[in-house]
Design a protein around this ligand. Sequence first.
Ligand code: AMP
Length: 217
Amino acid sequence: MIPAPPRPGPAGRRYDRAVPERTIWVIFGPPGSGKGTQAEQLTSALGVPHVSTGDLLRTETESGTPLGAEVAPVLAAGELVPDDLMERVLERRLARPDAGRGAILDGYPRTLAQARSLDTRLASAGCRVPAVIVLDVDQDTLVERLLQRAGEQHRADDNRAAIAERMAEYHDRTAPVLDYYRARDVPVLEIDGTAGIDAVHERILRALASRALIAAR
Ligand code: AMP
């Protein structure tokens, strides 16, 4: 891949990236792994917004849109919403001006079908996923974090039954997506996500820099 020339990043920072002009990064991890938090932390280093498909769907349900009403029971049960519906919501979000240079996707792709569909759309636009960031966190810590979040945020799917369903979805349907990317030589950066927010953020930056995906720090 031809390295993109250095160009100013947000707030005038310069950053070099061996990636195309429009870049769709993907962050992966089981529920409770902190991928939303880490994606948010990465926005300034990568110069693109954090796009969480779970947040997009929750906004629909909270705003009481017809789509929100349709997906609310699916979310509450911890199941996956249908691919075509998910794609429509995502396309709409990625068409917004702030995503003109790309996005950090959190929660998508979640199935092999979604990964293939994303690749097809990116290929037709002449770009690809430059790397997948995966947060590894042990099961006990995940459940502990999710139950704590249940007390703080009152998410409909942070109860034991829905948590178990979401974990099962992750292991059965989402984890295989990593093999899909490995088979296509997309770097899969596995990061130990058990430390504090800043320490995990540093680990991610180091992993990206070691692959020359961002400038060395
Ligand atoms: P998250 O905030 O990523 O944990 O997502 C919360 C819920 O939104 C999931 O349990 C699914 O019901 C739904 N969801 C989010 N992303 C997707 C996706 N890519 N495909 C299908 N359902 C999704």
